[in-house]
Each structure stands twice: as C-alpha cells, then as structure tokens.
Design a protein around this ligand. Structure first.
Ligand code: 3H9
Length: 693
C-alpha cells in the first residue's frame, strides 16, 4: 500500500490499482482530497496495472465540493478539472465504486470515470441547486449526455438524490453490485472491462442523448412554465436550466463548459447562494447544544403516546408510525377518535406514491384508546389538547400519576409556559415542549422547548428523535410564543396597524409575497379561518375581525374573509373589506395615507429582527442561526434570504436595523423600541451572526 497523502492511499489488487479516499465525515473535495486524487491517479496511470478503481472509506462516496471552503482563500492545490482530466484521459479503465451518496462534485468526479458501479443503497445526485448553485465541474454538460435532457432538468433543478437502482435504469450507474461487497464487485467489473476490452467511455465526447432535444426549445419553455411556482424567487434553477440549454445548443463540450463556468461564478458571488450555504450549516448547527454533549446517554423511545386525535395529534402520531414506532392515541370520545384515525388513514392514502401495504403497516402501529391509563407503558407522551393553562395542568397532573418513571412528558403548546405546566408534576426534569407545526406530518420544524428543570438527557433524546422522524429541531427557552410565534406577533401587530393607516390587506400580502413568503398574513388568516378563537356572543363589532366574522366572512371556507373568493378559491380584493376598513379609519378621525411598499416591508420585518435580538439577549435561543432555522422551516421565510437574522446582516446589520427602528419609534412609539443589545451591537460594529444567546 502506498500512502499518497493523509487522506488517500493506493493499493494493488492483482492487476487493478485501487485508490481509496478517507476524509471524514463525507469525503468532501477539500484541497487535500483533490491533491490526493490527482497524485493517486497520476501514480496509477504510470503503473503497470490494467485498470483503476476509485473507492471511499467511511459512510459515503464523495458527497461534493467542500462547502466550507467556498468563499475562503484557496490553498495552492490541484483543481477539480485537473483531477477530472486525469481520470477521463487515463490510458486504462477507471471505475468509480459508489456507496452512500455521490453528490455534486462527487458525482461530477464519478462522471469522469469510464464506468460507475454502485451498491443498491447508494444515492446519486446534483444537489447544488439547494445551495443556490449549479454543478460547476462539468456536471451540467455531462449529466444530460448520460440521462438525457428531460431527466437532467428534473434532477438538477430538484437536487434529488436518485436511488442507485433508478440511476442504473437512467444509465448513470453501469452495474449494481451486492450490498456490502462494493470493492469485490468493483474489482470484478474492472477485470471484466480488461478481459472484454471495453471502450474507455468519455461522456464528454458522446452527444447522442443531446440530439433528441436539438431544435426543440419548447422542452425548456414547458419545463419553465410547469415549475414557475416552485422556482419563484430563486436564481439557481434558471441558471441550471440555461446550462442544459447550452449543452444542447453549443458547438462543443468546451463551449458549454464556458457557459457553466460563467453562470456558476455569477451564482457563487451572489447573495442567494451565500444565504443558502449559510443555511445548510445553520440547520446542522442547530442540533448542537453547548451544555448537552453529543455523547449524552439517550432515553430509549420504543412506544409513544399522543393525547388528542385532532389535526395536530393525528399529524404528530403519523411521524412516529412512519419510522416504525408504535403510538397509542387517546381521545375523550369514541367518535372523535374514529374521526381522527380515519383522517390519518385518508392522509396516508392520499400521499404521493402511496403504497397500500405501507399504509396498512403504519396504521397497524396506531392504537386508539379512550383511556389515559394506556399511556402507562409509553416512553414519550405528547399532549395536543386545547391551548389553555388550566387544561394543560389537569392533563399533566394525570400524566404524572399514570406514566412510568423515566417517561418523557411533552406538551405541544405553541406559547404557554412549560415551567408552569411542569410545576404540577413531581418530575419537572422529564417535562419538555415539543412544538410541532401544522400539518405536523409535513412541516419540517420542531421547536424544542427547554424548561428550567428539563434534564439534559431529555433534551438530547428529543433532538435525536427529531432527526429520526425527519424534522429539523431548534431549541428554545421558555417565553411567550417561544422563538417563532414570539417574532410572528411583531409582524402580525404591524400588519394590522398598517391596514388601519391606509394600506389594504392585499397591499401588505403582496409585499410579503414578493419578498418570498408563500403567502401574506391576511391570505394566511383566510386560509386558517378568521373565527379561530372568535366567540360570536362576545363580539362587539369593535375589530375588523368582528365585523368580518359577523358578516359570515370567516375565510376561504365561507367563500369570503379579508378577500372575496371564487368557486376555485381564487382570491380577489374585497370591496366589503375595504369599506369596513375605511369606516374604522373614519372613526379615528384620521385620514388614510399612502404607504409605500418599502415601509410595509420594513415595518413587518425590522421589529421581528429586533425581537430576535431580544430573544438572544434573554438567552431564549442559543444562536442567531437557530432563529433563522425556525423561520425558514416553520414560517415560510425564503431560504434564499437566509432567515431574519441573516437578512438583517445582509441589508446592513445592526446599525441599519437600529437606525430604522429609531426612525419608526420617533413617529410611531415604543412598538419600535430597540433592544438594548441591538444598540450595543450597532455601537460595537458587530453582526447579528456573531450573537450567541
Ligand atoms: C458542489 O459539489 C459544487 C460542485 O459542483 C463543484 C463546483 C466547483 N462540505 O448532513 P450531515 C458535513 S456543492 C463540507 O449531518 P447526513 C456537515 O456539515 C456540494 N461539509 O450527515 C456535517 O458536519 P458536522 C454538493 C459537509 O448523514 C457532516 O458533514 N453536495 C458537506 O445526514 C455530516 O453531515 C451537497 O450539497 C460538504 N459538501 O447526510 C451535499 N456535506 O458533523 C451536502 C456534509 O460538523 N451534504 N458536510 O455538523 C449532504 O447532503 C449531507 O451531508 C449528506 C450526509 C447526505 C452527504
């Protein structure tokens, strides 16, 4: 065995040279890895072997370029194209042996091998689009040459990790080899290449698959049209499409590569990719809790109890059944329980690619009950009952009496005080908040609320469990509304004030939609129902909501709310709402004023950032990036703007936000009072990103 460098070895297996990479955690293409590959291929090309296999140690094949190197000054090292040229021009067959994931630059390297073999569990893809990028090492030109234009469009704009079996059917993998026997399979394949004198396939020289799309611009036009909604606001999907167009229309491979390079650099230096790369690490950092070490022993969660079979309880239960954990769902009444279970079944049956056998298996893991005593053998119990402190206290008193020692008692409250809830139990160390977002089987975010006495292993178990059920967890401390709803209330307040000053609901919604949110606050209220928490008997017609609900304008479900809706639920501005608003303004004796889009945006967003600073000031979030994780995953903040705290830095940092808050405070009062920490950060010239709570 020859040690090429600290991450690369070259070994000889009979007449085959094997280059092995070992650069944990994911064999990303750091300068060291590129150097190792370059030198490894150089040595293998010069040896008397007959073929070369590239394989990786650890959990995965190369998972891409090293994202942490982007934007940092480069060390002198071999470039990726140097490595790729060395592979493609090798005088003997090069075989890439793939397990885990071959992603981004990793797949681009594999595409420069003459052949690819993979184990069935492997996945391949070009996920750069999720980082606001495009494959910048020839992937945009090679992939369509292998899988065809339409498949390449889909793969590159979705970033999907394609399972090896599908990849084989697309021609991306040449042979599937037995699971756990990758090296043997790759060596056998290499020897077959030699024995059969198989050609040294250079993807860059084969244009056959591109021919089908030549002179057919409608392929691209239709793809753009079909996905317009999904791509709205993002720069990267369009740049990816343009590169595939260039592959089809350029006179040569190199001409296409030049287009790729130019568009790649454009994205790389733009703010969207900076935001999306930041966000990639933000999500992973959120799982790390400074005083809860990674090796904290976990509590075993073999069975879960959920109290409440409504929309929330049902959605929560599905998450656990999906990963094979049995759930007991307890309701008060049989009909509510039956309805809840029927809804879960319907959700499974209607989900994309639903498989009846899988549905049955998951349903068989769900047991309905009317008796809370059935929680006795559960390891985790989550209550999803009505949001009232007296009800929660009653529930936790009962749970304390019923549940076994060591069980985790969780509340799905979205704003109530976890410490107060925990105080009615004899085991506050076992109590935690697990705030799921609706629909709980779909939404990615889990706000984990740490009470004053919550034990570290309860926190560690909750964070790990979140990952297991496919959620992104962020830890928050106890305060009204935690991170997400606490900041949202700032935006809601300003949105309501704005429409009483002269902006219309559709003006506010349009500005926030154009900013990148899926919908504005008023469209959202119409969707959720204006009558949530509204009691007819108590209505005095004093608020706009009273007036709308009294007129049976309760949202989309009644065909009208802030907006009017047609039979297809298309919204249009409502004269009724406009008149009602004007009547309210007239009562105040003030005149409505013209409010600019800029003011709408700043008044909705800046107080949120200020509140984020307060949350950090009070130590209710660990770091600014956790706040961004909450907002991107739970509230539709556009990921290409990174999250509210990242965005604050992007537009000028604490100094700029402070200046605006002061300006608004001078004319509109203390809703805009800057956080003390905001003043401090601005004075010290620091960024929000520097903040740790
Ligand atoms: C690219 O290739 C551009 C090219 O076109 C070339 C242009 C010239 N770099 O996610 P995990 C770290 S762009 C650096 O928790 P999993 C990650 O931060 C790239 N670090 O594990 C974490 O660190 P820590 C295209 C990376 O098993 C640890 O590895 N490729 C990278 O749940 C474990 O990660 C991608 O976009 C990286 N590329 O999932 C793939 N990847 O432990 C991005 C991971 O300190 N990666 N880390 O927190 C992934 O999708 C997942 O990490 C993967 C593993 C599926 C591989």
């Amino acid at each position: 065995m020859t040690e090429i460098n600290s991450v690369t070895t070259l070994t000889r297996e009979g007449d085959v040279d094997v280059i092995t990479l070992n650069s944990p955690p994911v064999n990303a293409l750091s300068a060291n890895v590129r150097d190792g590959l370059f030198e490894g291929f150089k040595a293998a090309a010069a040896s008397d072997s007959k073929a070369i296999v590239l394989i990786c140690d650890g959990r995965t094949f190369i998972a891409g370029a090293d994202i942490s190197e982007f934007g940092a000054p480069g060390k002198p090292s071999a470039s990726l194209p140097d490595v790729q040229n060395m592979m493609e021009n090798s005088p003997k067959p090069v075989i890439a042996a793939i397990h885990g994931t071959a992603l981004g630059g990793g797949l681009e390297v594999a595409l420069c091998a003459h052949y690819r073999v993979a184990v069935p569990s492997a996945k391949l893809g070009l996920p750069e689009v999720a980082l606001g990028l495009l494959p910048g090492a020839g992937g945009t030109q090679r992939l369509p040459r292998v899988v065809g234009v339409e498949n390449a469009l889909e793969m590159m704009t979705s970033g999907r990790h394609v399972p090896a079996k599908e990849a084989a059917s697309l021609g991306l993998v040449d042979e599937l080899v037995e699971e756990g026997k990758l090296k043997e399979g790759a060596l056998a394949f290499a020897r077959k290449c030699v024995a059969e004198n198989k050609p040294l396939v250079k993807i860059s020289e084969n244009n056959t698959k591109l021919e089908a799309a030549k002179g057919k611009p409608e392929i691209f036009a239709e793809f753009r049209k079909k996905n317009a909604r999904k791509f709205r606001g993002f720069d990267a999907p369009e740049a990816n499409i343009k590169c595939i167009e260039a592959a089809v229309n350029s006179a040569s491979f190199d001409e296409g590569l030049a287009v790729e390079r130019k568009l790649f650099m454009g994205l790389m230096t733009g703010s969207q990719s900076a935001a999306q790369r930041y966000y990639f690490f933000a999500e992973r950092t959120a799982a790390k809790i400074p005083d809860v070490p990674d090796d904290t022993p976990l509590r075993e969660i073999k069975k879960v109890g959920v109290l409440g079979a409504g929309t929330m309880g049902g959605g929560i239960s599905m998450n656990f059944a999906n990963v094979g954990i049995p759930v007991v769902i307890v309701e008060l009444k049989q009909d509510a329980l039956d309805r809840g279970l029927a809804t879960i079944r319907k959700n499974y049956e209607r989900s994309r690619g639903a498989d009846p056998a899988v549905t049955e298996k998951r349903m068989s893991l769900l047991t309905g009950s009317l008796d809370m005593n059935d929680f006795a053998d559960c390891d985790l119990i989550i209550e999803a009952v009505f949001e009232r402190m007296d009800i929660k206290k009653d529930v936790f008193t009962k749970l304390d009496a019923i549940c076994k020692p060591g069980a985790i008692l969780a509340s799905n409250t979205s704003y109530l005080n976890i410490d107060e809830i925990a105080s009615v139990t004899k085991r506050p160390q076992d109590v935690i908040g697990l705030h799921f977002f609706s629909p709980a089987n779909v939404m990615k975010l889990l706000e984990v609320i740490r009470g004053e006495k919550t034990a570290k292993d309860v926190i560690a178990t909750s964070m790990k469990l979140a990952k297991k059920i496919g959620k992104i967890a962020a830890l928050a401390g106890v305060c009204p509304g935690f991170i997400g709803n606490r900041m949202l209330s700032q935006r809601q307040r300003e949105a309501q004030k704005l429409i009483m000053e002269g902006a219309m609901p559709w003006d506010v919604d349009r500005v926030l939609y154009d900013f990148g949110f899926p919908m504005g606050p008023f469209a959202m209220s119409d969707l959720a129902g204006l009558d949530i928490g509204w009691v007819k008997e108590n209505s005095k017609g004093e608020t706009l909501r009273d007036v709308l609900c009294e007129a049976d304008r309760r949202g989309q479900k009644t065909g009208a709310g802030y907006y009017d809706y047609d039979e297809n639920r298309n919204a249009k501005p409502s004269e009724f709402t406009e008149n009602a608003i004007n009547a309210f303004i007239a009562k105040t004796g003030k005149n409505p004023r013209k409010i600019s889009d800029e003011e709408i945006l700043e008044r909705c967003i800046f107080p949120m950032i200020n509140e984020g600073v307060k949350i950090l000031e009070e130590g209710k979030a660990i770091r600014a990036s956790d706040i961004d994780v909450v907002w991107v995953n739970g509230y539709g903040w556009p990921v290409y703007r990174g999250g509210p705290m990242f965005y604050g830095d992007l537009i000028g940092g604490p100094a700029k936000v402070l200046e605006k808050m002061k300006e608004f405070q001078a004319t509109m009062g203390d809703d805009f009072k800057p956080a003390a920490l905001l003043e401090k950060l601005a004075a010290e010239g620091k960024k929000f990103g520097d903040l740790k709570g």
